[in-house]
Design a protein around this ligand. Structure first.
Ligand code: SF4
Ligand code: SF4
Length: 590
Protein backbone atom coordinates (compact mmCIF):
# COMPACT_ATOMS: atom_id res chain seq x y z
CA UNK A 1 0.00 0.00 0.00
CA UNK A 2 1.45 3.35 -1.02
CA UNK A 3 0.30 6.63 0.44
CA UNK A 4 1.11 10.15 -0.72
CA UNK A 5 1.21 12.79 1.96
CA UNK A 6 1.54 16.52 1.55
CA UNK A 7 3.10 18.29 4.52
CA UNK A 8 0.97 21.40 4.26
CA UNK A 9 3.09 23.59 6.48
CA UNK A 10 6.16 22.81 4.34
CA UNK A 11 4.46 23.34 0.97
CA UNK A 12 5.08 26.88 -0.31
CA UNK A 13 3.37 27.11 -3.71
CA UNK A 14 4.14 30.84 -4.05
CA UNK A 15 7.87 30.24 -3.72
CA UNK A 16 8.25 27.24 -6.07
CA UNK A 17 7.58 26.42 -9.71
CA UNK A 18 5.13 23.58 -9.02
CA UNK A 19 7.98 21.12 -9.51
CA UNK A 20 5.85 18.36 -8.01
CA UNK A 21 3.45 18.60 -10.93
CA UNK A 22 5.83 19.68 -13.67
CA UNK A 23 8.28 16.80 -13.18
CA UNK A 24 5.70 14.08 -12.54
CA UNK A 25 6.13 11.48 -15.34
CA UNK A 26 2.42 10.65 -15.24
CA UNK A 27 1.43 14.30 -15.70
CA UNK A 28 3.92 14.56 -18.56
CA UNK A 29 2.14 11.75 -20.35
CA UNK A 30 -1.23 13.41 -19.84
CA UNK A 31 -2.35 11.51 -16.73
CA UNK A 32 -3.49 13.93 -14.01
CA UNK A 33 -1.71 12.28 -11.08
CA UNK A 34 -1.03 15.72 -9.62
CA UNK A 35 -3.45 18.60 -9.93
CA UNK A 36 -3.20 21.98 -8.29
CA UNK A 37 -6.02 22.45 -5.79
CA UNK A 38 -7.99 25.54 -4.80
CA UNK A 39 -5.43 26.58 -2.21
CA UNK A 40 -2.67 26.50 -4.84
CA UNK A 41 -1.26 23.36 -3.27
CA UNK A 42 -0.99 20.05 -5.13
CA UNK A 43 -3.46 17.19 -4.76
CA UNK A 44 -1.89 13.82 -5.53
CA UNK A 45 -4.19 11.08 -6.76
CA UNK A 46 -3.41 7.87 -4.95
CA UNK A 47 -5.00 5.87 -7.76
CA UNK A 48 -2.94 7.47 -10.53
CA UNK A 49 0.38 8.08 -8.75
CA UNK A 50 2.84 5.21 -9.30
CA UNK A 51 5.06 6.15 -6.36
CA UNK A 52 8.18 6.87 -8.43
CA UNK A 53 9.27 9.46 -5.84
CA UNK A 54 10.38 12.07 -8.41
CA UNK A 55 8.16 14.78 -6.88
CA UNK A 56 9.60 14.00 -3.45
CA UNK A 57 13.09 14.82 -4.72
CA UNK A 58 12.10 17.74 -6.94
CA UNK A 59 10.07 19.66 -4.37
CA UNK A 60 12.43 22.34 -3.02
CA UNK A 61 10.72 22.35 0.39
CA UNK A 62 10.57 18.63 1.25
CA UNK A 63 6.79 18.92 1.32
CA UNK A 64 5.85 15.51 -0.12
CA UNK A 65 6.23 12.05 1.32
CA UNK A 66 5.38 8.87 -0.57
CA UNK A 67 5.27 6.03 1.90
CA UNK A 68 4.89 2.30 1.50
CA UNK A 69 2.96 0.52 4.25
CA UNK A 70 1.98 -3.12 4.81
CA UNK A 71 -1.23 -3.90 2.93
CA UNK A 72 -2.88 -5.37 6.04
CA UNK A 73 -2.92 -1.94 7.70
CA UNK A 74 -5.44 -0.74 5.12
CA UNK A 75 -8.34 -2.16 7.09
CA UNK A 76 -7.05 -0.55 10.29
CA UNK A 77 -7.08 3.06 9.10
CA UNK A 78 -8.98 4.91 11.81
CA UNK A 79 -8.86 8.49 10.69
CA UNK A 80 -7.58 10.68 7.89
CA UNK A 81 -7.46 14.45 7.58
CA UNK A 82 -8.45 14.99 3.92
CA UNK A 83 -6.72 14.12 0.63
CA UNK A 84 -3.01 13.40 1.12
CA UNK A 85 -3.57 14.31 4.78
CA UNK A 86 -2.34 12.81 8.04
CA UNK A 87 -3.58 9.28 8.88
CA UNK A 88 -3.83 7.36 12.06
CA UNK A 89 -3.93 3.55 12.20
CA UNK A 90 -5.48 1.77 15.20
CA UNK A 91 -6.26 3.42 18.52
CA UNK A 92 -5.39 2.69 22.14
CA UNK A 93 -8.15 1.50 24.47
CA UNK A 94 -8.32 2.89 28.04
CA UNK A 95 -8.69 0.23 30.76
CA UNK A 96 -10.27 0.68 34.17
CA UNK A 97 -7.82 0.37 37.05
CA UNK A 98 -4.79 0.95 34.82
CA UNK A 99 -2.68 3.88 33.72
CA UNK A 100 -2.26 3.48 29.97
CA UNK A 101 0.79 5.26 28.56
CA UNK A 102 1.34 6.49 25.02
CA UNK A 103 4.93 6.82 23.86
CA UNK A 104 6.15 8.11 20.53
CA UNK A 105 7.56 11.07 18.59
CA UNK A 106 5.90 14.45 18.18
CA UNK A 107 3.62 14.96 15.18
CA UNK A 108 2.57 11.34 14.97
CA UNK A 109 -1.04 11.40 16.17
CA UNK A 110 -0.87 10.99 19.94
CA UNK A 111 -2.96 14.08 20.65
CA UNK A 112 -5.31 13.19 17.77
CA UNK A 113 -5.92 9.81 19.37
CA UNK A 114 -7.08 11.55 22.56
CA UNK A 115 -9.54 13.64 20.55
CA UNK A 116 -10.94 10.48 18.98
CA UNK A 117 -11.17 8.64 22.31
CA UNK A 118 -12.80 11.54 24.12
CA UNK A 119 -15.49 11.85 21.43
CA UNK A 120 -14.27 15.32 20.39
CA UNK A 121 -13.66 13.89 16.92
CA UNK A 122 -15.26 10.85 15.30
CA UNK A 123 -13.17 8.31 13.37
CA UNK A 124 -13.82 8.52 9.62
CA UNK A 125 -11.89 5.39 8.54
CA UNK A 126 -10.37 7.45 5.71
CA UNK A 127 -13.77 8.43 4.31
CA UNK A 128 -13.24 12.12 4.88
CA UNK A 129 -15.52 13.13 1.97
CA UNK A 130 -18.58 11.48 3.48
CA UNK A 131 -17.68 10.62 7.06
CA UNK A 132 -19.67 7.87 8.76
CA UNK A 133 -22.17 8.70 11.51
CA UNK A 134 -21.46 7.65 15.09
CA UNK A 135 -23.90 4.74 14.64
CA UNK A 136 -22.00 3.57 11.57
CA UNK A 137 -18.70 3.88 13.43
CA UNK A 138 -20.02 1.69 16.23
CA UNK A 139 -21.38 -0.81 13.74
CA UNK A 140 -17.98 -1.16 12.10
CA UNK A 141 -16.23 -1.51 15.44
CA UNK A 142 -18.80 -3.85 16.91
CA UNK A 143 -17.31 -6.75 18.87
CA UNK A 144 -14.05 -4.90 19.57
CA UNK A 145 -12.82 -3.38 22.83
CA UNK A 146 -12.60 -0.02 21.11
CA UNK A 147 -16.20 -0.37 19.90
CA UNK A 148 -17.40 -1.14 23.44
CA UNK A 149 -15.52 1.85 24.78
CA UNK A 150 -16.79 4.30 22.13
CA UNK A 151 -20.36 3.01 22.55
CA UNK A 152 -20.26 4.26 26.13
CA UNK A 153 -18.61 7.55 25.14
CA UNK A 154 -21.21 8.33 22.46
CA UNK A 155 -24.06 7.32 24.81
CA UNK A 156 -22.78 9.80 27.39
CA UNK A 157 -22.02 6.96 29.81
CA UNK A 158 -18.32 7.75 29.87
CA UNK A 159 -17.45 11.27 30.95
CA UNK A 160 -13.99 12.39 29.97
CA UNK A 161 -11.57 14.94 31.42
CA UNK A 162 -8.58 16.25 29.49
CA UNK A 163 -5.42 17.96 30.69
CA UNK A 164 -4.31 19.65 27.46
CA UNK A 165 -0.76 19.62 26.14
CA UNK A 166 -0.06 23.35 25.86
CA UNK A 167 -0.77 24.75 29.32
CA UNK A 168 0.89 28.06 28.43
CA UNK A 169 -2.22 28.83 26.36
CA UNK A 170 -4.45 28.56 29.44
CA UNK A 171 -4.43 32.33 30.24
CA UNK A 172 -5.66 33.00 26.69
CA UNK A 173 -8.73 30.76 27.01
CA UNK A 174 -9.59 31.35 30.68
CA UNK A 175 -9.56 34.69 32.46
CA UNK A 176 -9.57 35.54 36.14
CA UNK A 177 -7.80 34.05 39.14
CA UNK A 178 -6.96 30.38 39.74
CA UNK A 179 -9.74 29.94 42.32
CA UNK A 180 -12.42 31.06 39.83
CA UNK A 181 -11.23 28.57 37.24
CA UNK A 182 -11.06 25.71 39.73
CA UNK A 183 -14.49 26.56 41.20
CA UNK A 184 -16.08 25.78 37.84
CA UNK A 185 -14.90 22.16 37.99
CA UNK A 186 -15.18 21.49 41.74
CA UNK A 187 -16.89 18.11 41.48
CA UNK A 188 -14.63 15.67 43.32
CA UNK A 189 -12.97 18.20 45.62
CA UNK A 190 -12.93 21.89 46.47
CA UNK A 191 -10.42 24.37 44.97
CA UNK A 192 -8.63 24.56 48.33
CA UNK A 193 -8.31 20.78 48.55
CA UNK A 194 -6.94 20.63 45.00
CA UNK A 195 -4.56 23.51 45.75
CA UNK A 196 -3.22 21.63 48.74
CA UNK A 197 -2.68 18.46 46.71
CA UNK A 198 -0.68 20.33 44.08
CA UNK A 199 1.03 22.97 46.26
CA UNK A 200 -0.93 25.82 44.71
CA UNK A 201 -1.98 27.52 47.96
CA UNK A 202 0.26 30.54 47.36
CA UNK A 203 -1.10 31.22 43.89
CA UNK A 204 -4.78 30.29 44.28
CA UNK A 205 -5.87 33.93 44.29
CA UNK A 206 -3.44 35.00 41.58
CA UNK A 207 -4.56 35.81 37.99
CA UNK A 208 -3.80 33.03 35.50
CA UNK A 209 -1.68 35.32 33.33
CA UNK A 210 0.69 35.92 36.26
CA UNK A 211 1.59 32.24 36.68
CA UNK A 212 4.80 30.48 35.63
CA UNK A 213 4.76 27.46 33.30
CA UNK A 214 5.07 25.04 36.24
CA UNK A 215 2.20 26.72 38.09
CA UNK A 216 -0.03 26.66 35.00
CA UNK A 217 0.74 22.97 34.55
CA UNK A 218 -0.31 22.19 38.12
CA UNK A 219 -3.48 24.29 37.76
CA UNK A 220 -4.39 22.36 34.60
CA UNK A 221 -3.73 19.03 36.33
CA UNK A 222 -5.77 20.14 39.36
CA UNK A 223 -8.68 21.13 37.10
CA UNK A 224 -8.69 17.66 35.52
CA UNK A 225 -8.41 15.80 38.83
CA UNK A 226 -11.32 17.81 40.25
CA UNK A 227 -13.73 16.71 37.52
CA UNK A 228 -15.90 13.70 38.16
CA UNK A 229 -15.09 11.79 34.99
CA UNK A 230 -14.70 8.14 34.03
CA UNK A 231 -11.75 8.51 31.67
CA UNK A 232 -8.94 10.99 32.26
CA UNK A 233 -6.44 12.05 29.62
CA UNK A 234 -3.19 13.73 30.65
CA UNK A 235 -1.30 15.11 27.67
CA UNK A 236 2.33 15.68 28.76
CA UNK A 237 1.71 16.32 32.46
CA UNK A 238 5.41 16.69 33.39
CA UNK A 239 6.31 19.69 31.17
CA UNK A 240 7.61 22.63 33.23
CA UNK A 241 7.59 20.59 36.45
CA UNK A 242 10.67 19.77 38.50
CA UNK A 243 11.35 16.18 39.51
CA UNK A 244 9.71 16.61 42.93
CA UNK A 245 6.53 17.82 41.28
CA UNK A 246 6.71 15.16 38.55
CA UNK A 247 6.81 12.38 41.10
CA UNK A 248 4.04 13.95 43.14
CA UNK A 249 1.80 14.30 40.07
CA UNK A 250 2.65 10.72 39.03
CA UNK A 251 1.45 9.45 42.41
CA UNK A 252 -1.78 11.46 42.17
CA UNK A 253 -2.50 10.07 38.72
CA UNK A 254 -1.75 6.53 39.90
CA UNK A 255 -4.21 6.80 42.77
CA UNK A 256 -6.83 8.21 40.40
CA UNK A 257 -6.43 5.10 38.23
CA UNK A 258 -7.42 2.81 41.10
CA UNK A 259 -11.03 3.40 40.14
CA UNK A 260 -10.89 5.27 36.83
CA UNK A 261 -9.51 4.86 33.32
CA UNK A 262 -6.41 6.97 32.77
CA UNK A 263 -4.42 7.64 29.60
CA UNK A 264 -1.12 9.54 29.76
CA UNK A 265 1.10 10.87 26.98
CA UNK A 266 4.56 11.42 28.46
CA UNK A 267 8.08 12.02 27.12
CA UNK A 268 9.98 11.75 30.40
CA UNK A 269 10.73 8.04 30.29
CA UNK A 270 11.65 7.72 33.98
CA UNK A 271 8.28 9.23 34.92
CA UNK A 272 6.30 7.22 32.36
CA UNK A 273 7.98 4.06 33.66
CA UNK A 274 7.05 4.96 37.25
CA UNK A 275 3.54 6.08 36.40
CA UNK A 276 2.06 3.74 33.78
CA UNK A 277 1.04 0.08 33.89
CA UNK A 278 1.12 -0.54 30.16
CA UNK A 279 2.03 1.57 27.15
CA UNK A 280 1.33 1.83 23.45
CA UNK A 281 4.27 2.65 21.20
CA UNK A 282 3.34 4.89 18.30
CA UNK A 283 5.51 4.90 15.21
CA UNK A 284 5.24 6.29 11.70
CA UNK A 285 6.35 9.46 9.98
CA UNK A 286 6.00 12.96 11.38
CA UNK A 287 3.09 14.81 9.80
CA UNK A 288 2.31 11.84 7.52
CA UNK A 289 0.96 8.91 9.52
CA UNK A 290 1.02 7.23 12.92
CA UNK A 291 0.45 3.58 13.85
CA UNK A 292 -0.39 2.39 17.34
CA UNK A 293 1.40 -0.88 18.10
CA UNK A 294 -0.17 -3.42 20.47
CA UNK A 295 0.05 -2.45 24.15
CA UNK A 296 2.99 -3.74 26.17
CA UNK A 297 3.79 -3.81 29.84
CA UNK A 298 5.42 -0.40 30.43
CA UNK A 299 8.93 -1.72 31.18
CA UNK A 300 8.90 -3.76 27.97
CA UNK A 301 7.46 -0.83 26.01
CA UNK A 302 10.24 1.53 27.11
CA UNK A 303 12.96 -1.06 26.53
CA UNK A 304 11.56 -1.71 23.06
CA UNK A 305 11.50 2.02 22.45
CA UNK A 306 15.15 2.38 23.45
CA UNK A 307 16.05 -0.66 21.35
CA UNK A 308 14.42 0.94 18.28
CA UNK A 309 13.04 -2.43 17.11
CA UNK A 310 9.66 -4.08 17.68
CA UNK A 311 10.35 -7.79 17.48
CA UNK A 312 6.73 -8.98 17.33
CA UNK A 313 5.83 -6.58 14.54
CA UNK A 314 9.29 -6.86 12.92
CA UNK A 315 9.47 -3.08 12.62
CA UNK A 316 12.64 -1.05 13.08
CA UNK A 317 11.84 2.59 13.83
CA UNK A 318 15.34 3.81 14.76
CA UNK A 319 18.76 2.85 13.33
CA UNK A 320 20.54 2.78 16.66
CA UNK A 321 19.90 1.52 20.17
CA UNK A 322 19.97 3.99 23.04
CA UNK A 323 22.27 2.79 25.82
CA UNK A 324 22.91 3.80 29.40
CA UNK A 325 25.96 3.29 31.58
CA UNK A 326 25.37 1.69 34.98
CA UNK A 327 28.48 3.33 36.44
CA UNK A 328 29.35 7.01 36.81
CA UNK A 329 31.53 8.66 34.13
CA UNK A 330 35.25 9.02 34.59
CA UNK A 331 36.14 11.77 37.04
CA UNK A 332 37.24 14.93 35.22
CA UNK A 333 39.34 16.24 38.13
CA UNK A 334 42.46 16.05 35.97
CA UNK A 335 41.39 18.52 33.29
CA UNK A 336 42.36 22.18 33.52
CA UNK A 337 40.14 24.81 35.11
CA UNK A 338 38.06 27.06 32.87
CA UNK A 339 36.38 29.11 35.58
CA UNK A 340 36.84 29.36 39.35
CA UNK A 341 34.33 31.39 41.29
CA UNK A 342 34.25 32.38 44.96
CA UNK A 343 31.12 32.64 47.05
CA UNK A 344 28.49 34.71 45.29
CA UNK A 345 25.08 36.00 46.28
CA UNK A 346 22.15 37.46 44.44
CA UNK A 347 19.44 39.22 46.42
CA UNK A 348 15.95 40.06 45.24
CA UNK A 349 13.04 41.47 47.24
CA UNK A 350 11.63 38.07 48.15
CA UNK A 351 14.37 35.67 47.11
CA UNK A 352 18.03 35.21 47.95
CA UNK A 353 20.50 32.93 46.17
CA UNK A 354 23.81 31.89 47.71
CA UNK A 355 26.36 30.23 45.45
CA UNK A 356 29.06 28.16 47.14
CA UNK A 357 32.57 28.45 45.60
CA UNK A 358 33.09 26.16 42.62
CA UNK A 359 35.19 25.22 39.60
CA UNK A 360 34.14 24.54 36.02
CA UNK A 361 36.68 22.49 34.07
CA UNK A 362 37.55 22.57 30.40
CA UNK A 363 35.57 19.98 28.44
CA UNK A 364 33.17 19.28 31.31
CA UNK A 365 29.38 19.00 30.88
CA UNK A 366 27.68 19.85 34.15
CA UNK A 367 24.07 18.91 34.85
CA UNK A 368 22.22 21.34 37.11
CA UNK A 369 19.40 19.97 39.27
CA UNK A 370 17.04 21.19 41.95
CA UNK A 371 13.43 22.25 42.48
CA UNK A 372 11.74 25.03 40.52
CA UNK A 373 12.10 28.60 41.89
CA UNK A 374 15.36 27.75 43.70
CA UNK A 375 17.69 30.02 41.70
CA UNK A 376 19.06 27.75 38.93
CA UNK A 377 18.09 30.19 36.18
CA UNK A 378 19.43 33.12 38.23
CA UNK A 379 22.80 31.35 38.54
CA UNK A 380 22.93 30.66 34.81
CA UNK A 381 22.06 34.30 34.13
CA UNK A 382 24.89 35.38 36.44
CA UNK A 383 27.34 33.28 34.41
CA UNK A 384 25.82 34.63 31.19
CA UNK A 385 26.27 38.23 32.34
CA UNK A 386 22.52 38.88 32.19
CA UNK A 387 22.27 39.18 35.99
CA UNK A 388 24.93 40.80 38.18
CA UNK A 389 25.58 39.18 41.58
CA UNK A 390 25.06 41.38 44.64
CA UNK A 391 28.10 39.75 46.26
CA UNK A 392 31.13 38.36 44.41
CA UNK A 393 31.80 38.40 40.67
CA UNK A 394 32.17 36.21 37.59
CA UNK A 395 35.29 36.25 35.39
CA UNK A 396 33.95 37.90 32.24
CA UNK A 397 36.95 36.86 30.11
CA UNK A 398 35.29 33.43 29.75
CA UNK A 399 33.15 33.70 26.64
CA UNK A 400 29.67 32.20 27.02
CA UNK A 401 26.81 31.23 24.74
CA UNK A 402 23.41 31.15 26.43
CA UNK A 403 20.11 29.46 25.60
CA UNK A 404 17.49 30.83 27.99
CA UNK A 405 14.68 28.78 29.53
CA UNK A 406 11.86 30.61 27.74
CA UNK A 407 12.70 31.09 24.09
CA UNK A 408 10.90 33.77 22.12
CA UNK A 409 11.11 33.63 18.32
CA UNK A 410 12.45 37.16 17.79
CA UNK A 411 13.95 36.74 14.32
CA UNK A 412 12.02 37.78 11.23
CA UNK A 413 13.17 35.29 8.63
CA UNK A 414 13.68 31.61 7.92
CA UNK A 415 15.63 29.15 10.04
CA UNK A 416 18.26 29.02 7.29
CA UNK A 417 18.68 32.80 7.42
CA UNK A 418 18.96 32.66 11.20
CA UNK A 419 21.79 30.10 11.04
CA UNK A 420 23.70 31.97 8.35
CA UNK A 421 23.33 35.23 10.29
CA UNK A 422 24.60 33.55 13.49
CA UNK A 423 27.80 31.92 12.22
CA UNK A 424 27.99 31.39 8.45
CA UNK A 425 31.37 29.66 8.48
CA UNK A 426 30.36 27.16 11.17
CA UNK A 427 26.98 26.58 9.52
CA UNK A 428 28.72 25.61 6.26
CA UNK A 429 31.11 23.21 7.99
CA UNK A 430 30.86 19.43 7.87
CA UNK A 431 30.98 19.43 11.68
CA UNK A 432 27.74 21.41 11.91
CA UNK A 433 26.04 19.15 9.39
CA UNK A 434 27.09 15.83 10.95
CA UNK A 435 27.19 16.69 14.66
CA UNK A 436 24.34 19.19 15.03
CA UNK A 437 22.03 19.51 12.01
CA UNK A 438 21.66 15.79 11.33
CA UNK A 439 20.94 14.55 14.90
CA UNK A 440 18.65 17.49 15.64
CA UNK A 441 16.83 16.99 12.31
CA UNK A 442 17.19 20.63 11.34
CA UNK A 443 17.29 20.31 7.57
CA UNK A 444 13.54 20.05 7.21
CA UNK A 445 13.13 23.26 9.21
CA UNK A 446 15.44 25.46 7.11
CA UNK A 447 12.69 26.96 4.95
CA UNK A 448 10.26 27.55 7.78
CA UNK A 449 9.80 31.02 9.21
CA UNK A 450 11.22 31.17 12.73
CA UNK A 451 7.96 32.71 13.96
CA UNK A 452 5.96 29.70 12.74
CA UNK A 453 7.97 26.99 14.49
CA UNK A 454 6.29 24.69 17.01
CA UNK A 455 7.64 24.51 20.58
CA UNK A 456 9.78 21.44 19.84
CA UNK A 457 11.11 22.86 16.56
CA UNK A 458 12.00 26.15 18.20
CA UNK A 459 13.81 24.32 21.00
CA UNK A 460 15.94 22.31 18.55
CA UNK A 461 16.81 25.47 16.63
CA UNK A 462 17.63 27.35 19.85
CA UNK A 463 19.95 24.55 21.05
CA UNK A 464 21.69 24.48 17.65
CA UNK A 465 22.07 28.28 17.59
CA UNK A 466 23.56 28.22 21.09
CA UNK A 467 26.05 25.52 20.05
CA UNK A 468 26.89 27.41 16.83
CA UNK A 469 28.28 30.47 18.58
CA UNK A 470 31.98 30.61 19.35
CA UNK A 471 32.35 30.33 23.14
CA UNK A 472 34.30 28.71 25.98
CA UNK A 473 31.19 27.73 27.90
CA UNK A 474 27.66 26.87 26.77
CA UNK A 475 24.74 27.55 29.09
CA UNK A 476 21.56 25.63 28.26
CA UNK A 477 18.51 26.24 30.42
CA UNK A 478 15.94 23.41 30.07
CA UNK A 479 16.89 22.19 26.60
CA UNK A 480 14.59 19.14 26.82
CA UNK A 481 11.37 21.17 27.17
CA UNK A 482 8.91 20.47 24.30
CA UNK A 483 11.11 17.70 22.87
CA UNK A 484 9.81 14.15 22.50
CA UNK A 485 11.77 11.28 24.09
CA UNK A 486 13.80 10.55 21.00
CA UNK A 487 14.66 14.20 20.40
CA UNK A 488 15.72 14.48 24.05
CA UNK A 489 18.19 11.62 23.69
CA UNK A 490 19.53 13.07 20.44
CA UNK A 491 19.84 16.55 21.96
CA UNK A 492 21.67 15.16 25.02
CA UNK A 493 24.10 13.19 22.85
CA UNK A 494 24.60 16.22 20.59
CA UNK A 495 25.51 18.58 23.44
CA UNK A 496 27.88 16.05 24.95
CA UNK A 497 29.58 15.19 21.65
CA UNK A 498 30.05 18.85 20.73
CA UNK A 499 31.67 19.54 24.12
CA UNK A 500 33.94 16.50 23.85
CA UNK A 501 35.02 17.13 20.28
CA UNK A 502 35.56 20.86 20.64
CA UNK A 503 36.96 20.73 24.18
CA UNK A 504 34.37 23.19 25.51
CA UNK A 505 32.36 23.25 28.74
CA UNK A 506 28.60 23.22 29.24
CA UNK A 507 26.19 23.86 32.06
CA UNK A 508 22.80 22.25 31.49
CA UNK A 509 19.74 22.90 33.66
CA UNK A 510 17.10 20.19 33.21
CA UNK A 511 14.55 18.03 35.03
CA UNK A 512 14.60 14.89 32.86
CA UNK A 513 16.77 12.29 34.60
CA UNK A 514 17.50 10.32 31.40
CA UNK A 515 18.55 13.52 29.66
CA UNK A 516 20.80 14.51 32.57
CA UNK A 517 22.26 11.00 32.76
CA UNK A 518 23.24 11.14 29.10
CA UNK A 519 24.58 14.68 29.01
CA UNK A 520 26.43 15.13 32.32
CA UNK A 521 29.98 14.45 33.52
CA UNK A 522 29.31 16.12 36.85
CA UNK A 523 26.48 17.71 38.74
CA UNK A 524 25.51 20.92 40.52
CA UNK A 525 22.80 20.56 43.15
CA UNK A 526 20.52 23.39 44.27
CA UNK A 527 18.61 23.20 47.53
CA UNK A 528 16.76 25.55 49.89
CA UNK A 529 13.18 26.80 50.11
CA UNK A 530 11.62 27.39 46.67
CA UNK A 531 10.63 31.01 46.12
CA UNK A 532 12.48 32.20 49.29
CA UNK A 533 16.11 31.10 49.40
CA UNK A 534 18.32 28.88 47.30
CA UNK A 535 21.84 27.51 47.61
CA UNK A 536 24.01 26.32 44.73
CA UNK A 537 26.42 23.49 45.59
CA UNK A 538 29.10 21.83 43.49
CA UNK A 539 29.95 20.85 40.83
CA UNK A 540 30.37 17.34 42.23
CA UNK A 541 31.30 14.14 40.46
CA UNK A 542 28.16 12.32 39.26
CA UNK A 543 27.79 9.75 42.02
CA UNK A 544 28.10 12.33 44.79
CA UNK A 545 25.88 14.86 42.99
CA UNK A 546 23.13 12.34 42.19
CA UNK A 547 23.14 11.01 45.76
CA UNK A 548 22.88 14.51 47.19
CA UNK A 549 20.09 15.49 44.80
CA UNK A 550 18.03 12.30 45.05
CA UNK A 551 18.34 12.24 48.83
CA UNK A 552 16.57 15.62 48.80
CA UNK A 553 13.89 14.20 46.48
CA UNK A 554 13.71 11.01 48.60
CA UNK A 555 13.78 8.77 45.54
CA UNK A 556 16.11 5.89 44.65
CA UNK A 557 16.79 4.33 41.25
CA UNK A 558 17.66 0.76 40.30
CA UNK A 559 18.99 -0.40 36.93
CA UNK A 560 17.01 -2.27 34.33
CA UNK A 561 18.60 -5.69 33.74
CA UNK A 562 18.34 -5.51 29.96
CA UNK A 563 19.11 -1.88 29.14
CA UNK A 564 20.87 -0.48 32.23
CA UNK A 565 18.42 2.39 32.20
CA UNK A 566 17.61 3.93 35.58
CA UNK A 567 14.20 3.00 37.03
CA UNK A 568 12.54 4.68 40.00
CA UNK A 569 12.16 2.26 42.94
CA UNK A 570 8.77 1.87 44.51
CA UNK A 571 8.82 3.98 47.69
CA UNK A 572 9.33 1.75 50.74
CA UNK A 573 10.26 -1.31 48.65
CA UNK A 574 13.15 -3.53 49.77
CA UNK A 575 15.52 -2.00 47.21
CA UNK A 576 14.44 1.52 48.13
CA UNK A 577 15.16 0.90 51.80
CA UNK A 578 18.47 -0.89 51.18
CA UNK A 579 19.78 1.79 48.85
CA UNK A 580 18.81 4.57 51.22
CA UNK A 581 20.65 2.78 54.02
CA UNK A 582 23.76 2.51 51.83
CA UNK A 583 23.40 6.10 50.65
CA UNK A 584 23.42 4.89 47.02
CA UNK A 585 20.47 6.60 45.39
CA UNK A 586 21.49 6.23 41.75
CA UNK A 587 24.49 4.01 40.91
CA UNK A 588 23.39 1.15 43.12
CA UNK A 589 25.01 -1.71 41.21
CA UNK A 590 28.30 -0.03 40.28
S1 SF4 B 1 4.76 20.28 -2.97
FE1 SF4 B 1 6.68 21.36 -3.26
S2 SF4 B 1 6.84 21.70 -5.47
FE2 SF4 B 1 4.71 21.16 -5.02
S3 SF4 B 1 3.65 23.10 -4.73
FE3 SF4 B 1 4.31 22.43 -2.70
S4 SF4 B 1 6.32 23.38 -2.41
FE4 SF4 B 1 5.85 23.50 -4.60
S1 SF4 C 1 5.48 9.90 -6.91
FE1 SF4 C 1 5.91 10.05 -9.12
S2 SF4 C 1 3.95 9.53 -10.06
FE2 SF4 C 1 3.49 10.00 -7.94
S3 SF4 C 1 2.96 12.15 -7.96
FE3 SF4 C 1 5.14 12.03 -7.48
S4 SF4 C 1 6.17 12.24 -9.46
FE4 SF4 C 1 4.02 11.75 -9.88
Amino acid sequence: MRIAVLLRDHCQPKKCNSECRNYCPKVRTGVEAVVIGDSGRPVISEELCVGCGICVHKCPFEAIKIIGLPEELKSELMHQYGTNGFRIYRLPVPKKGLVTGILGPNGIGKTTSIKLLSGEEVPNFGEYDSPPSKEQVLERLSGTELGDYLTKVYAGKVRTALKPQYVDKLPKVAKGVVRELLSKVAERMSPDEAAELLDLQEVIDRPLDKLSGGELQRVAIAASLMKDADTYFFDEPSSYLDIYQRIKVARLIQSLAEEKQVVVIEHDLAILDFLADNAYLVYGSEGAYGIFANPRQVRIAINTYLDGYMREENIRFRDTQIRFESHPPRDSQLTAHLLDYDRMECDFKQFKLRVEPGTIRIGESIGVVGPNAIGKTTFVKMLAGVQEPTLGSVDRSVKVSYKPQYIAPDFDGTVLELFTATNLEFFQSGFFESEIAHPLMLRRLYDKNVNNLSGGELQRVAVAICLSREADMYLLDEPSAYLDSNQRMEAAKTVRRVMEKRGRSALIVDHDIYFLDMVSDSMMVFDGIPGREGRANGPFEMREGMNMFLKNVDVTFRRDNDTNRPRINKPGSRLDREQKEMGEYYYSGA
